[in-house]
Design a protein around this ligand. Structure first.
Ligand SMILES: [Zn+2]
Length: 389
């Protein structure tokens, strides 16, 4: 194993309680962070890298992404931007394309999207199934997802499969039975879309309970399209995360604040459907743990860029730049129940992003500009600065 000493850090955003550190240095040893401190006190290392006054932040943790699919839906987006309302019907076209795709086609698409994620600084990402909706297509989606991340989520309960349009109870039986048995070996998490047009509270409880019984940990798509029971079900079931949280009442906010459930906000979805954003200020001011994630999917949020989500969260959701960065790193780690990522401290995985900026405020201050200078994942450089290639 070789160790690398990184010096010349303009600002080190650790996300730990000590906050931001100027003039810091970090030593990476193998896949871990071995030392953090003042550059003046740094011990020797095998290699040395000077980042010339740039800010260094933890790699982003994208805790919510739907990457196993085929096709794209840009025409639907254009129609929406021309004034047509968002409807859930589009999912069906992606399901049809996904079922028709070969394993190689699906794998190539996931490969392309995970490269985008890495290039934009996301060193950990979750991948959901949910565009197969048959036992065969859900399990192969998860098998392929597992080739790219350990954070795989069984989302057979995305919507009711078209074949079961007249028999939703039959579909829930499949999702909690044969399909679950085939998918559980390839998944860490079980998820359900508990919202209008998807699954109600009792169905969601049944799906999560079955998943927990198969050894999976729960998370929930909750309160995206309208106010509903999703957040309460998530808290009641001990979910790691309630995702979207766009339409909440006081009881929902109080329940989240009293729970270990993270509220994962997905501003790309509201941006791309021109919908009202979740009230991040209310959640943060009430003491709720908040994460930011991309929700990357071909229908409602086709972005892999956490810097974009940070910019929107700051500009339109009234999060401070520091809150948005925390939500995109340690917040995402909490939403995945991980303590080894999302922060720069001794023992954590050596996942770092070197920004082409002196301060991470620039992520929101310079929207749309690629500020990712270098990415280190598990101690290995996965993206080098353009001028070093
Ligand atoms: Zn989603």
């Amino acid at each position: 194993m070789t160790s690398t000493l990184i010096t010349g850090i303009g600002l080190l955003s650790t996300q730990a309680d000590i906050g931001d550190v100027r003039g810091a240095a970090v030593i990476l040893d193998g896949d871990r962070i071995a030392w953090v401190g003042s550059a003046n006190d740094a011990p020797e290392a095998d290699a040395r890298l000077d980042v010339d006054g740039r800010a260094v932040i933890p790699g982003f943790v994208d805790s919510h992404a739907h990457l196993v699919f085929a096709g794209e839906r840009s025409a639907e987006f254009a129609a929406r931007m021309s004034g047509q309302p968002y409807s859930a019907g589009g999912i069906r076209s992606t399901v049809t394309a996904t079922r028709a795709a070969s394993d190689e086609e699906l794998r190539a698409n996931v490969d392309r999207l995970t490269r985008e994620l890495l290039r934009s600084g996301s060193t950990t990402f979750e991948i959901k199934s949910g565009y197969g909706l048959t036992t065969h297509d859900e399990s192969r989606s998860l098998r392929i997802a597992r080739e790219f991340t350990h954070e795989t989520t069984y989302l057979g309960a995305h919507v009711v499969a078209p074949e079961f349009a007249d028999d939703p109870a039959g579909y829930v039986a499949l999702v909690t039975g044969t399909m679950l048995d085939a998918c559980a070996p390839h998944a860490r998490w079980v998820d359900v879309f508990c919202d209008r047009g998807a699954f109600d509270a009792d169905q969601a409880r049944a799906i999560l309970t079955a998943g927990i019984g198969a050894g999976l940990a729960p998370r929930v798509h909750a309160n995206q399209l309208q106010h509903g029971p999703g957040v309460q079900v998530a808290v009641e079931m001990g979910a790691a995360s309630a995702d979207h949280c766009t339409h909440l009442d006081d009881d929902d906010v109080a329940a989240l604040a009293d729970s270990g459930t993270v509220a994962t906000l997905l501003p790309g979805a509201e941006f791309s459907t021109r919908s009202p954003y979740p009230d991040a200020r209310r959640l943060i001011d009430s003491g709720v743990n908040v994460a930011l994630a991309t929700d990357c999917n071909p229908g409602s949020s086709f972005t892999t860029s956490m810097p974009f989500c940070i910019a929107v969260a700051v500009r339109d959701m009234h999060m401070t730049p520091a809150e948005a960065l925390t939500a995109a790193t340690v917040g995402g780690a909490r939403a995945l129940r991980r303590s080894d990522i999302g922060r720069i401290e001794v023992g954590a995985r050596a996942d770092l992003v070197v920004l082409d900026a002196p301060d991470p405020i620039h992520l929101a201050y310079r929207p749309g500009v690629d500020l990712i200078h270098q990415v280190w994942r598990g101690g290995a450089p996965v993206r080098r600065a353009v001028d070093e290639r």
